[in-house]
Design a protein around this ligand. Structure first.
Ligand SMILES: NC(=O)c1ccc[n+]([C@@H]2O[C@H](COP(=O)([O-])OP(=O)(O)OC[C@H]3O[C@@H](n4cnc5c(N)ncnc54)[C@H](OP(=O)(O)O)[C@@H]3O)[C@@H](O)[C@H]2O)c1
Length: 367
């Protein structure tokens, strides 16, 4: 064999071996070790934690050390939290690629939950924008607990007086995703025809209302049992996906926000105007390439067609939370709440979320 073929074969073998090792490392799930014991003099709080990846039986409800705020942090006594699909993705460490950030083999951080609303209990000495007693909401790891600490300049803002703690806790991840999908990725404009696929879920119920607040003509796609609810939050039209397929009627949209990913890109293209934009928010489940296939195909497809196909990776930002607080204060956005669970039943709440048929948001009552 010529030298250059030997080198090429060597590189291929090396690449295949590296990919196999990476796949083994990413998919390895360690056993749950023994629970750490808190020093007896530490102040404790109730929380839901996980020490290994898996189904909801890896969740533990018990006492852990109560956090104390650093100089630039706020200590929040949590009244309510809310559930997002992100929580069970973390719980399962799935898709495996996310373990590069959350921990190989086992989670680096045992805390669960992100969205919270509650009351400031204490602030660090450098904090000027919050004080004890303020009612706040935001997003930070560790929201399925009685307390959390968060830097004062991160995703935490004052709760408008006209919304409840449950409504405020419903907002952070879902509403920020809807806002960033419509405004940043979709470049939404007044008068545009916007279709929201998955209009009855956590992100969808916010997307319908936020799109209306931008002056768009909104069509929501949901199942029969949710048609009235989606109309009641402001959708101009509703397509019942049990009866009709939005990619097969003659309507064309300027913007499609897709939380479901159940139609091909070419089918979605048929439902788009020539200058239209399609934003991938959610899609297939799976440990390996399943969830990545939509974005990969969109990246490959987009350069060859006139329409734009883009993917959202939402970021929790204080300025966007403030915009959402203003929208709630003005009565333009009202969170839709499906069910409440106590902190001790987070496992049940996550199972319900994983079933994929939540109607708005799932709330965890903590206080
Ligand atoms: N890219 C990002 O940054 C980002 C951010 C947030 C969320 N996400 C992802 O976005 C997706 C949605 O999140 P979510 O919080 O809205 O989830 P969710 O609350 O669990 O949404 C479930 C909703 O999807 C609806 N649905 C199921 N099948 C449908 C179909 N074939 N057509 C239309 N609607 C259908 C269900 O309605 P029925 O009960 O009527 O079927 C249910 O109301 C998830 O995959 C999540 O991981 C991504």
């Amino acid at each position: 064999m010529k030298l250059r073929y030997k080198i090429a074969a060597g590189i291929l073998v090396f690449l295949a071996a590296s990919i196999s090792v990476l796949a083994l490392v990413l998919s390895h799930t360690s056993d749950c070790g023994p629970a750490p014991t808190a020093a007896s003099e530490s102040e404790t709080m109730q929380a839901v934690v996980y020490r290994c990846y898996g189904a909801t039986d890896v969740l533990e409800f018990g006492d852990i050390v109560k956090p104390t705020p650093a100089d630039d942090e706020v200590l929040v006594k949590i009244a309510t939290a809310s559930v997002n699909p992100l929580d069970w993705h973390y719980m399962r460490g799935s898709p495996y690629i996310m373990r590069l950030g959350s921990g190989l083999g086992a989670p680096d951080d045992p805390r669960m939950g992100v969205d919270f609303a509650g009351t400031v209990e204490a602030v660090g000495k450098n904090v000027e924008n919050f004080k004890p007693g303020d009612e706040v909401f935001g997003g930070r790891d560790g929201a399925f607990a009685q307390y959390l600490v968060i830097p004062a300049d991160r995703a935490i803002v004052m709760k408008p007086a006209n919304v409840t703690f449950a409504q405020a806790a419903a907002v952070p991840i879902a509403a920020i995703s809807a806002l960033q999908a419509l405004r940043d990725k979709g470049k939404i404009k007044a008068g545009q025809k916007v279709l929201i696929n998955g209009a009855s879920g956590g992100v969808g119920t916010f997307a319908v209302q936020i799109a209306k607040s931008f002056g768009a003509e909104v069509t929501g796609v949901c199942s029969t049992r949710n048609v009235e609810m989606v109309l009641s939050i402001g959708a101009d039209h509703v397509i019942d996906y049990k009866q009709d397929d939005y990619t097969k009627n003659d309507e064309q949209y300027d913007l499609i926000i897709d939380m479901v990913g159940n139609h091909s890109l070419s089918a979605n293209r048929r439902a788009m105007r020539p200058e239209g934009t399609y934003v991938i928010v959610g899609g297939a489940k799976g440990n390996w390439l399943g969830p990545l296939m939509g974005p990969i195909k969109a990246m490959l497809y987009s350069p060859f067609v006139k329409q734009e196909f883009v993917m959202l990776l939402a970021a929790l930002r204080q300025d966007d939370l403030a915009i959402l607080a203003d929208l709630m204060q003005a009565g333009k956005v009202t969170p839709v709440i499906d069910r409440h669970y106590p902190l001790s039943a987070v496992a049940e709440a996550l199972r319900y979320s994983e079933d994929g048929h939540a109607r708005g948001k799932i709330i965890i009552d903590i206080e």
